[in-house]
Write a protein that binds this ligand. Structure first.
Ligand SMILES: NC(=O)c1ccc[n+]([C@@H]2O[C@H](COP(=O)([O-])OP(=O)(O)OC[C@H]3O[C@@H](n4cnc5c(N)ncnc54)[C@H](O)[C@@H]3O)[C@@H](O)[C@H]2O)c1
Ligand SMILES: [Zn+2]
Length: 360
């Protein structure tokens, strides 16, 4: 089965849910546009707010504005029941000079949005969270149990020692699935801004009696994924390389583990979270890992994409980026148990489709 942008998900629409009017910020983006399509297909009315203009065939209400513009946000909120906040500056960026723009767009932007929601009396928020808030994933040492390795030293990376060791004894560690209650440890500016968004949402919920959910997305991929830029995800780099006839260049030794989750599954998680808002307690922001629960290495992902594309096959380069974590894989049990969500697009199926999909 193949998926295209605009195609509704296979999930049945619950009959009990009346149509809501939802403001989707960042609704022109990779994930936001999939959320918009899924919400529309499930009978909700969608208002988009994005700095990018709508496509020529767009019929939904669309506010071309920056989320930091209080007047524009206020008008976009008219008659809205809930907000799905996807707008953000994403990726690792070029260098530290990007920091003010990340903080401004992601944190000032969220604060302006929440303040406008507080005045408009809009009480329900679903936030595009991220697994980057955890830093390194979960690790166990044979002697010391669950441990938290710090950032990897550049000297180790340069020498090809990619696996973090036990911070107490230096032994090799076994990676596991991270749960939502793991301590947060953002390792770069973007990660810091994503964590601050959650803290702002919690503060807003307490102050206003609002209800907030943060869906901590893992590595989202699928049709419409942005092309390679300093802000794109690894699947996009590989896909763009293949399109140029080049071999995907896999950093480190290719054994770093990630959870690749399809954009349609992420869009469905947003819809389920919005539809279940009425059942949750106010005054809190609750986090949910939004990952497939089926980890793969970056090398496996490159291999699956290249094979489905018809080559060239990936090369493992030993390059590294400071600030990248070694392994980060999700335990989506809470999302399954509380929202009845599960990933429907499997790794092989999704990568085979993505190898042929159009990029954004
Ligand atoms: N792609 C992933 O793997 C991933 C993983 C974890 C979290 N996320 C989060 O998901 C959300 C969506 O990411 P994406 O991958 O779709 O990125 P994207 O860049 O495709 O989409 C972001 C959208 O937000 C808009 N935008 C940015 N700043 C804005 C502003 N100040 N005002 C109004 N609109 C603005 C952009 O124009 C764009 O359309 C982000 O919050 C991101 O942090 C993404
Ligand atoms: Zn140890």
């Amino acid at each position: 089965m193949t998926y295209r942008r605009g195609e509704p998900s296979r999930r049945p629409v619950p009959h009990s849910v009346g149509g809501m009017r939802v403001l989707v910020t960042g609704g022109a983006g990779f994930i936001g546009s999939a959320v918009v399509d899924t919400l529309s297909a499930r009978g909700h009315e969608v208002v988009v707010l994005d700095v990018r203009p709508p496509g020529p065939d767009e019929r939904r209400p669309w506010v071309v504005a920056d989320v930091r513009d209080p007047a524009a946000v206020e008008s976009a909120l008219a008659g809205v029941d809930a907000v799905c906040h996807q707008a953000a500056k994403v990726g690792l960026g070029k260098d530290f000079a990007d920091a003010p723009d990340y903080v401004s767009r992601n944190d000032l932007g969220t604060a302006v949005l929440l303040a406008a929601m507080a005045s408009a009396g809009v009480r329900d928020l679903v936030l595009a969270g991220s697994m980057v808030v955890y830093g390194e994933g979960r690790y166990e040492c044979g002697r010391h149990g669950v441990v938290r390795p710090g950032p990897r030293a550049e000297a180790d990376l340069r020498a090809g020692r990619f696996e973090p060791g036990c911070p107490r004894c230096g032994d090799a560690l076994g990676p596991g699935l991270v749960g939502e209650d793991a301590p947060t440890d953002p390792r770069n500016v973007y990660a810091t801004t994503k964590l601050a968004q959650e803290h702002l949402a919690s503060a807003w919920a307490r102050a206003t009696g609002g209800r907030a959910v943060s869906l901590r997305y893992h590595n989202v991929y699928g049709p419409g994924m942005p092309r390679d830029t300093p802000y794109a995800g690894v699947a996009s780099f590989f896909r763009s390389a293949l399109a140029r006839g080049e071999a995907p260049r896999v950093f480190e030794d290719g054994r770093q583990r990630r959870d690749f989750v399809h954009v349609h599954d992420v869009a469905a998680a947003n819809a389920l979270a919005l539809e279940a808002m009425g059942d949750r307690p106010s005054d809190a922001c609750v986090a949910y890992n939004t990952g497939s629960g089926d980890p793969h290495t970056v090398g496996e992902m490159a291999h699956a994409l290249a094979a489905a594309y018809g080559g060239p096959m990936p090369v493992v380069t030993g390059e590294y980026r400071l600030g990248d974590v070694r392994h980060i894989t999700a335990d989506p049990a809470r999302l399954r148990a509380e929202l009845g969500w599960r990933a429907e697009v499997g790794f092989e199926e999704g990568m085979t489709e993505f190898a042929k999909a159009e990029l954004g």
